[in-house]
Design a protein around this ligand. Structure first.
Ligand code: PEP
Ligand code: MG
Length: 541
C-alpha cells in the first residue's frame, strides 16, 4: 500500500479504480505568419467561439449546479474580455508575426506570471480558470470539437490539475472522487467538487504517478490522504468511516427545515458568514436562517487594481438577496485595511495596520467609494431582505457620519426614482472595546449589532490576531470577552434591538449554551458549521 497526502477540498470517502483524466493536450508550435491580419482575424473568431461556448456552459451548469455556482464561469468571461490578456496575445501576433496558437500560450504564461502572485488580483488562486480559457481557445484554434468524457464505470479521477469547466462537466454518478497533483483550495474547481459532494484531495505533487492508472485506491477527503492498493485493514477502516460519515450526513440532513430550539424551548437563529457569491449555494444547502455577515471587502480584494463598479457589486448583492428570499442578508460595508489589503486602494506607511486606516475609517474618508457601495446595496435591497452593517466602529460620530452619507445616497436614489427598500435596517459591528462601552448609546441609533469576536479579542487582549507566536494565548473565551458580550447584549436588549455574534467564537460549541442563556439572538458561522451547530442547539436541555 502506498499513502499519498495532499490538501483536502471536499470531505468524504471514495473507493474505486483510478483513471487519469485525458485532456488531449496538443503540442503548440511556433510558426511565422505571412498575413498578420488574417491571423488576427483567426484569433478574433476563436475568441468569439470560445465566448459562445462559455455562455452555453453557463446555461447548462446553471441547471446542474445552480446559478450561484455557475456564475464562476463569469470569471472566465472576464479573462476573455481582459484587455491586458488580449493585448498580450495580439501583441505577439502583430509584433513578432507569430501564429495565434503560440501567442495564446506565450501570453497566458506571462499573464499568469504577472498576476498570480498579486494579492488582490482576480487571477490569484484562480490560475486554473485562466488555463481553462487558454485551453478552450487553443482547442477552438485547432478546430477540435469539444471533448466529451467517456467513462463507463464509476472511477476515481486523477489529473495533474483539473480546470473548472472540466470539473463542472464531471458526472457525480461516474466520478467517485478526485485527486490532483496541483491546484488551490480556494479554486473554482474546489468549489465545484464540494458542490457536487465529490470527495477530493489536491496537491499531491509528483507523488501521484501515471503508473497508478487502473489501481484500486481510496480517497480520504476528511484527512487529505490517498491510499493506493490499500491493505485489508485500511480498506475495512475506510469502509467503516464511509458508513459513519453517511449516517452523520443523514442525521444532519434531517435537521433541515427544523427550528433551532433547545429542549427547553429557547430559540436562536443560526446564520451564515460568507465572503463571495460562490458561497451562497452552500448557505442554501445548509439551510441557514439568513446571511449574518457578508464580508464585502472580498469583492474589492478580487477586483484587482480597479475598484468594483456599482453594477458589479449590485449584481452580487442582488444575487444574494434573491437567493435568500425572505431571509435576511446582512451586508457589511467594506472592511478594507488591517490584514485585508486590496490592490485598488494601496494603504502604505502604516506602523500598525490593524489599528490604522481601515474599515469605516476608510469608507468615511473615501466618500465616493462608500457611496458607490451604498448605492449598490440599496438598489439590491429592492430584491430581498437586505440590511447594512458598518465595520470597525469606535465612536458615535462614525455611526452618525455613515448614516448621514447613507441618507444622502437614499435621497439620490429617490430623486432618480430608483427603487430600494425604504425600511432597510442598519447595524454596527462590535469589534472594539470602545464600541462595547458605548453600545447603549449606539443602540439608540441603529437597529442591530453583531459582535466580531476576532477583532474584539485582538483589541481587548492587545494581541495581534495574525501573530503565530501569540496564537496559543489568543483566547476569545477570556473572562474579559465574556463580560463584554454580556454587557453589549444587555445594553442592546434594553433598547429592544437585536444582537448577533459573527466572529469565530460563534461556532464554538462549548459556548452555545452560555450564549443562549445570555439571550443572544443569532449566531453567524461558516456555512459548513451551520448544521453541526444546529444539532448541538437541539440537543441542549
Ligand atoms: C471579527 O472581527 O470577528 C469579524 C467577524 O470580522 P473579520 O473576521 O472579518 O475581521
Ligand atoms: Mg473584524
Amino acid at each position: 500500500m502506498i499513502t499519498l497526502t495532499g490538501k483536502k477540498i471536499s470531505e468524504g470517502i471514495a473507493i474505486g479504480r483510478l483513471a487519469f483524466f485525458k485532456r488531449g493536450a496538443r503540442e503548440v508550435r511556433r510558426i511565422y505568419v505571412e498575413d498578420v491580419r488574417k491571423e488576427l482575424a483567426r484569433f478574433q473568431k476563436a475568441c468569439e467561439k470560445a465566448a459562445a461556448e462559455l455562455q452555453d456552459l453557463y446555461t447548462a451548469m446553471t441547471k446542474e449546479i445552480g446559478e450561484v455556482n455557475a456564475s464562476m464561469f463569469e470569471m472566465q468571461q472576464m479573462v476573455l474580455n481582459d484587455t491586458e490578456f488580449l493585448d498580450g496575445i495580439t501583441g505577439i501576433i502583430k509584433e513578432q508575426r507569430l501564429n495565434a496558437d503560440y501567442a495564446v500560450k506565450e501570453a497566458t504564461n506571462r499573464f499568469i506570471e504577472k498576476y498570480a502572485s498579486r494579492d488582490a488580483s482576480y487571477v490569484r488562486g484562480h490560475e486554473a480558470d485562466v488555463r481553462d480559457v487558454e485551453s478552450r481557445i487553443l482547442r477552438v484554434l485547432a478546430r477540435i470539437r469539444k471533448e466529451k468524457m467517456l467513462i463507463d464505470e464509476p472511477v476515481i479521477m486523477a489529473a495533474r490539475e483539473l480546470y473548472p469547466s472540466e470539473a463542472a462537466q464531471l458526472e457525480s454518478s461516474k466520478v467517485l472522487g478526485i485527486v490532483t497533483m496541483f491546484g488551490t483550495i480556494n479554486s473554482h474547481t474546489a468549489t465545484i467538487a464540494r458542490t457536487k459532494e465529490i470527495p477530493s484531495v489536491i496537491g499531491t505533487g509528483e507523488a501521484l504517478k501515471k503508473e497508478y492508472e487502473g489501481k484500486m485506491v481510496i480517497i480520504d477527503g476528511f484527512e487529505g490522504r490517498i491510499y493506493i492498493e490499500p491493505d485489508q485493514t485500511t480498506l475495512s477502516r475506510m469502509q467503516e468511516k464511509k458508513r459513519t460519515a453517511l449516517r452523520k450526513t443523514e442525521t444532519l440532513e434531517r435537521l433541515k427545515g427544523k427550528e433551532n430550539v433547545t429542549q427547553s424551548g429557547q430559540k436562536i437563529d443560526v446564520c451564515a458568514n460568507i465572503g463571495a457569491k460562490d458561497e451562497i449555494e452552500s448557505v442554501l444547502r445548509n439551510d441557514s436562517n439568513g446571511i449574518g455577515l457578508f464580508r464585502s471587502e472580498f469583492i474589492y480584494m478580487e477586483s484587482g487594481t480597479r475598484f468594483p463598479t456599482e453594477e458589479q457589486q449590485f449584481q452580487i448583492y442582488k444575487l444574494a438577496a434573491e437567493s435568500m428570499g425572505a431571509k435576511r442578508v446582512v451586508i457589511r460595508t467594506a472592511d478594507i485595511g488591517g490584514e485585508k489589503s486590496v490592490d485598488c486602494l494601496e494603504i502604505t506607511g502604516e506602523n500598525n495596520p490593524a489599528m490604522g486606516y481601515r474599515g469605516i475609517r476608510v469608507s468615511l474618508d473615501k466618500e465616493e467609494m462608500f457611496k458607490i457601495q451604498l448605492r449598490a446595496i440599496l438598489r439590491a435591497s429592492a430584491f430581498g431582505s437586505i440590511a447594512i452593517m458598518f465595520p470597525m466602529i469606535s465612536s458615535m460620530e462614525e455611526v452618525l457620519a455613515a448614516k448621514s452619507i447613507l441618507e444622502k445616497v437614499k435621497q439620490d436614489l429617490r430623486n432618480e426614482k430608483t427603487l430600494f427598500d425604504e425600511s432597510v435596517k442598519t447595524g454596527v459591528m462590535i469589534e472594539t472595546p470602545a464600541a462595547v462601552m458605548i453600545s447603549g448609546e449606539l443602540a439608540r441609533e441603529v437597529d442591530f449589532f453583531s459582535i466580531g469576536t476576532n477583532d474584539l479579542t485582538q483589541f481587548t487582549l492587545g494581541m495581534d490576531r495574525t501573530n503565530r507566536r501569540t496564537a496559543g494565548n489568543f483566547n476569545s473565551k477570556h473572562p474579559a470577552l465574556i463580560k463584554m458580550i454580556r454587557i453589549v447584549t444587555n445594553n442592546v436588549h434594553l433598547e429592544g434591538k437585536r444582537i448577533s455574534i459573527c466572529g469565530d467564537l460563534a461556532a464554538d460549541l462549548s459556548m452555545t449554551e452560555q450564549f443562549i442563556n445570555m439571550g443572544i439572538d443569532e449566531l453567524s458561522v461558516a456555512p459548513s458549521q451551520i448544521l453541526p451547530l444546529r444539532k448541538h442547539i437541539r440537543e441542549l436541555k
